[in-house]
Each structure stands twice: as C-alpha cells, then as structure tokens.
Design a protein. Structure first.
Lengths: 179, 129
C-alpha cells in the first residue's frame, strides 16, 4: 500500500489498524484519498477503521460515511466502466451517492409536510426558517444562508432541509415554447 | 458576445431568443461548469437548472418548491440548490430549482437585479447594472 502520509498535517489523526496505518482526515478531500486507498486494499480493515474512528469522533460520522459512500460508488462505477457495458457508460457521475441524497431529501420534505400545520400554528416558528436533519427540526432562525452554513459546519455537506414556515415555496417556470 | 455585456440572440431557436453560454459554480462543492446554455425567461419566477447540471456539480438540495408550468400544471416538488451564475462581469448567488430540461433558465430573481435591453430588431441583447 503506497504511503498516504503526504497528506498529513498536525490536524490529522493516524491510527494503527492491524498491519495498516490508516489516516482518516477531517477534511473530506484528503480523507477521500485515504479511504479509497484503504478500500482498494482491504475492505474489512476499512470498516474496522471507520467504526473505530466514528466511536472516537462522532461529530465526523456523517462526513466519514459520506466519503465512504462516495469511495464505494466510485469503485463500483470504475468496475462497471471497465466492463464497458452499455449500462455502465450511461451511469451518471456519483449516481449511487445521489440516490442516497435524493432519498434523504424527499424524506425531509415529507417530514416537513407532516409537521407543517403544527409549525404554522406555533408563533415561535411562523415566518422563521426551520432546519430539518434526518427528519427532525434541529435549528430555526431568520437568516437562511447563515442557518445553512452553520448546519453544514456542524454536520458536513449532507442533505438537510431549510424551509420557511408559512412561505409559499412555489415556482412558475418556462414560457410556452413551440416544439 | 459583441462587447462586454452584449450578446447575440441564439438563432438556432425558432424564432431567435436571448440565450447565451454562462458559467455555473457551487460555493459548497467548489465545482464549476462553463459553457452552460442559458435562456433568458422573464416568465420564470426563479432561475432553474437542469437536473444533469445539478448532478455534475454534485449539489445537494437544501430546500424545495412546488413547481407549476406556464399552464398552471403542477409538476410536484422540485429540489432547490444554491448556485452562482456567472456571465460577463456579473455574478449572482441564487436559489435555483431543478427541472427536467436541457437548458438553464435565467428567471426574474436575476432579471430584477439588472437592466436588460432586448434589441430584437438587431437580434442582440445587452445586460448592464
């Protein structure tokens, strides 16, 4: 296994798992390289390393899992592309990861719609933006961009829903066109 | 582009229409795509992006909108993303809805921040502050 120490700086965490020195990084891009490396070499060791890391650093769980999905998706896609099948060539980039994210997005939308009336009737929520993460309200506020930045800072770039309570949330698009 | 912010109509459309190539980037994924076909559409409440572009930029939706077309036909919930639209000397951070279409629509969320001169006789349009 080629060394991954090139990526290390003082913020990184090095762990010894079995015979392999595993480097899991708080920054997604560098961590991706480490995960890919490990995935290609020993899947079981990767699982052990990830579980151990998440136990010790629960705050990074979502980032780590997201990068893991991505590494697995890339590996699957790479294998399919090598086979040069018609199906593989039509697979969009990161399609597997996107399916997971879209599914989580729709779950959050459904959860919001279920609680919409209740939120509308609560003066402390009416007119505010609420943040749903894993189908639960985790924050509220009046600055949408700041809310989103805060939530991404806390959970990583993961599917969340930031929606205005009582907002119309409607879009009309596209003028009529001839074919 | 004939000068800084004047662009020819796209004559591949029938009849020709104000459309041009722009760049779109995400401040969250740090990805950027250039040469994206964009149609100016004052009938669109908000700017929209094609699904394929959302995938290429690896965007994750953060909000949703209920989507209706020009006939009032309901198209369901569509995901919303933060993107930056870049053309000429302009750049706009917008919340764009994803739609099943080939082109990006520049809607009134952007158009209401600029001056737009449609010179249909000469088949060009000018964008200014």
């Amino acid at each position: 296994m080629p060394p991954v120490e090139d990526d290390i700086n003082t913020q990184y965490i090095t762990r010894k798992v079995g015979r392999t020195s595993v480097v899991l990084l708080p920054q997604p891009i560098s961590k991706k390289a480490a995960l890919k490396e490990l995935l290609l070499n020993d899947t079981n060791l990767m699982k052990e390393a990830i579980i151990e890391y998440i136990r010790d650093n629960p705050g990074y769980a979502n980032e780590i899992l997201r990068e893991t999905y991505k590494a697995i998706a890339e590996q699957i896609q790479g294998t399919l592309n090598k086979e040069n099948s018609a199906k593989a060539s039509s697979l969009p980039e990161h399609s597997y990861l996107r399916l997971i994210e879209q599914d989580e997005f729709h779950k959050n939308v459904e959860a919001y719609k279920k609680m919409e009336e209740e939120l509308n009737n609560d003066p402390s929520y009416r007119g505010a933006f609420v943040v749903l993460y894993k189908q639960k309200v985790v924050a509220k506020g009046h600055d949408k961009v700041k809310l989103l930045q805060d939530v991404y800072h806390e959970y990583g770039y993961v599917p969340v829903l930031v929606h205005k309570v009582g907002g119309k949330g409607i879009v009309h698009y596209r003028s009529p066109r001839s074919k | 582009m004939t000068d800084d912010n004047t662009y020819p109509y796209d004559e591949n459309l029938e009849p020709p229409a104000p459309a041009f190539r722009i760049s779109v980037r995400s401040e969250f994924t740090h990805r950027e795509e250039s040469e994206i076909f964009a149609l100016i559409d004052s009938g669109a409440d908000h700017s929209t992006i094609p699904k394929s572009l959302a995938m290429t930029l690896q965007l994750i939706p953060h909000d949703f909108r209920e989507c209706y077309d020009f006939e009032g036909k309901y198209h369901g919930v569509v995901p919303v993303y933060y993107v930056t639209l870049v053309f000429g000397s302009f750049s706009f951070n917008v919340e764009s809805s994803e739609v099943d279409a080939n082109e990006l629509l520049i809607g009134r969320d952007v158009l209401n921040q600029i001056r737009l001169l449609l010179d249909g006789k000469n088949l060009n349009f000018t964008i200014s502050q």
